[in-house]
Design a protein around this ligand. Structure first.
Ligand code: HEC
Length: 231
């Protein structure tokens, strides 16, 4: 949060500096235009055929004018480039946030029943329950419990979640969803589901959240991990 506040202070200063520069340049241009009296040419000679500026003009006023505008442009670019460089990380972070939010929303719609209004729906809720809080399904004429996905980050890492959704679980009623495994979803849809599941699990404390805090290689797997058949 302090970083954000600090950056927005820098932003405010930069915006102030840049707008001051723009105002100064505009005022300068307006003054210069006012000072120069408009002359109407006596003869109607086309612009391209009129004589060019005289040598004394070229050597003093025109040269100085060119130098002045050169300096103005250099100063403008010298302010502009660092301003973009300073603001760009924030712009990118904001864009990323918007994209992730949209992905989470699509993931939420995928888990809900497909209807006329919700064309994205694949109805994970049918087994995993409303809000994916856990449910039941009839499998091999037995009622089987279906896991709560709001706590799945206590049991599975991100890779395991993606593998489970993509490949399903053999010997259970969890189907495979990825087109790579005879399912109906592309990688974007599975990624949206993952983002939604991570969003649902965002309040699980970091110590027990193996999605954001995966066990180090070599560490013993958590005893609560649900059985995942090796492929
Ligand atoms: C036909 C019922 C059914 C549907 C539909 C279904 N699942 Fe499952 N899912 C299961 C069952 C049953 C399990 C537990 C499998 C096991 O015991 O290993 C499971 C397990 C999972 C797991 C692993 C959970 C854990 O704690 O190990 C994830 C993640 C998952 N499902 C995601 C999804 C998503 C996303 C969808 C929708 C695209 C979906 N499931 C649709 C039945 C279903």
């Amino acid at each position: 949060m302090t970083v954000l506040v600090g950056l927005s202070a820098i932003q405010a200063v930069l915006v102030g500096v840049v707008s001051a520069a723009v105002v100064l340049i505009a005022a300068g241009a307006a003054l210069a235009a006012l000072r120069r009296p408009r002359r109407t040419p006596e003869l109607d000679i086309p612009k391209g055929m009129q004589p060019g500026p005289s040598d004394p003009d070229l050597e003093k006023p025109l040269l100085e004018k060119a130098l002045f505008w050169g300096v103005v442009l250099v100063v403008l670019v010298a302010l502009w480039v660092p301003a973009v460089w300073l603001l760009e990380p924030n712009v990118n972070a904001d864009d990323t946030r918007v994209l992730v939010d949209q992905s989470i929303e699509r993931g939420r719609l995928i888990t809900m029943p497909g209807t006329e209004e919700n064309q994205l729906g694949f109805n994970c809720e049918r087994c995993h329950g409303p809000g994916l809080t856990g449910g039941q399904n009839i499998y091999n004429s037995r009622v089987v419990p279906v896991p709560n996905l709001q706590t799945v980050c206590e049991r599975l890492t991100v890779d395991q979640i993606v593998t489970t959704i993509s490949e399903g679980r053999q010997g259970t009623d969890m189907p495979s969803w990825s087109v790579r495994f005879a399912g109906a979803m592309d990688d974007q849809q599975i990624n949206d589901l993952l983002n939604y599941i991570l969003f649902l699990n965002r309040n699980i404390p970091e110590e027990s959240n193996i999605c954001i805090n995966p066990p180090q290689p070599g560490a013993t797997p958590s005893p609560t991990a649900s059985p995942s058949p090796s492929p």
